[in-house]
Ligand binder design. Structure first.
Ligand code: NAD
Ligand code: MG
Length: 398
């Protein structure tokens, strides 16, 4: 591995989640020598402390301040600093790591991700919500500071790997693939009666609860269309979504000359994490390899717009511009939480999002100063949360 140039000082934001755990697992399996600056988590203090004891970061941060005494207690005598609160999470992101895994879920990931961008780190971006809420500012900030944003979301990692930026003008279409989620073959009537347990049962992956529900509504793919539009400067009409249940082809880039390039791999998040870690090198590790013979036939179909209205909602929010994507994201976060709490039905999720977008004036310009990006997005996010909660209450009362 001597000839590889790999980042040495790293931080993992959201280390206790599905992506965070996969990241540390990859480090272990690849046997890379990393010096961990910080690990951060939301509430899972037991897992955070366990990871800290194994990985010896300078600092371990729990966002939930009430958990600080327990974290201190668990780390007593280790020499690892314990800290708490959203600001401490941001401080870790802004510290001197060369590579930062951004794997917090939801809007909460934006401020730390932007802090890492300002610090000039290479950001391995799993937290798609931060791109959705402030994509152009985040990308400009990273570039200006001499850092970079490397996508971890498997579809965007696929496109990143096969899109040659030197000939980006020759790209005619991006094709994002989707598993179709747990309701790919369900009827709308079955979806109307879906329970949280049924919606959480993703066919190929074990992921965090929020992205699992997003996969079931296909809002995940809607967020990813916006993510792709910003990352690859592509207009919405040139981004297509295809359902591909086997999740072997992770996405495709179609060029003007009729050639289409795809990236393939087993359904596993560690290869895209490895790609973001070693880019432009390739990290050797005992990766599960793709066996095309046993993978079976690869099939594709168009998503059903009646079952998955979230896709069209996301494209409209992207086209509307201004803060519409941030409003959409916030409404979706609240609607998903309400569904998981059994306060609304599964098919109410896209309705709450559409109704919130209708009610909130999200402006039409994107020309704010990058310095204000978080504040602007935070304003839109807070307003959209309030409105979405009202809409949810209305659904509940009905
Ligand atoms: P998860 O729920 O499993 O983990 C989220 C992590 O963020 C946890 O460490 C949690 O403690 C932390 N966290 C939650 N709320 C927080 C807050 N308010 N402040 C600070 N930390 C907080 O989620 P996940 O499945 O790992 O997904 C993480 C991100 O990666 C999401 O944006 C998701 O869309 C994206 N992503 C995930 C996958 C996947 O396979 N899981 C694939 C592609 C993209
Ligand atoms: Mg994805």
């Amino acid at each position: 591995m001597g000839t590889l140039s790999l980042p040495r000082k790293v931080s993992v934001l959201g280390s206790t989640g599905s992506i965070g755990v996969s990241t540390l697992d990859l480090f272990a399996q690849a046997g890379v020598e990393v010096e961990i600056v910080g690990l951060t988590a939301g509430r899972n203090v037991a897992r955070l402390a366990e990871q800290a004891i194994r990985w010896r970061p300078k600092v371990a941060v729990i966002e939930d301040e009430t958990a600080l005494p327990e974290l201190r207690d668990r780390l007593k005598g280790t020499g690892i600093e314990a800290a708490a609160g959203a600001e401490a999470v941001r401080d870790v992101a802004a510290a001197d790591a060369q590579w930062v895994m951004s794997a917090i879920v939801g809007f909460a990931g934006l401020a730390p991700t932007l802090a890492a961008a300002k610090a000039g780190a290479v950001i391995a971006l799993a937290n798609k919500e931060s791109l959705v809420c402030a994509g152009p500012s985040l990308l400009r900030t990273a570039k200006l500071a001499g850092g970079a944003v490397v996508p971890v979301d498997s579809e965007h990692s696929a496109i990143f790997q096969v899109l040659d930026p030197a000939i980006a003008d020759s790209v005619s279409r991006l094709i994002l693939t989707s598993s179709g989620g747990p309701f790919r073959d369900a009827t709308r009537a079955q979806m109307a009666a879906a329970t949280p347990d049924q919606a959480l049962a993703h066919p190929n992956f074990s992921m965090g609860a929020k992205i699992s529900i997003d996969s079931a509504t296909m809002m995940n793919k809607g967020l990813e269309v916006i993510e792709a539009a910003y990352l690859f400067s592509m207009p919405p009409e040139r981004i297509e979504v295809l359902v591909h249940p086997q999740q072997i082809i992770h996405s495709l880039v179609e060029y003007a000359d009729g050639s289409t390039l795809a990236q393939l791999g087993p359904p596993d998040m560690r290869p895209p994490i490895a790609c973001a870690f070693a880019w432009p090198d390739r990290l050797p590790w005992p990766a599960p390899k793709l066996d095309l013979v046993t993978a079976g036939p690869l099939t594709f179909q168009h998503p059903d717009p009646d079952k998955f209205p979230a896709l069209a909602i996301a494209k409209q929010a992207l086209a509307a511009g201004g803060q519409a994507p941030a409003v959409m994201n916030a409404a979706n976060e609240r609607a998903v939480a309400a569904f998981l709490d059994r306060r609304i039905a599964f098919l109410d999720i896209p309705n709450v999002v559409a109704e919130t977008l209708e009610r909130v004036d999200s402006g039409s310009t994107r020309s704010w100063r990058d310095d204000d990006a978080v504040e602007r997005a935070r304003g839109a996010d807070a307003e959209a949360r309030r409105v979405a909660d009202d809409v949810v209450a209305g659904v509940f009362a009905a």
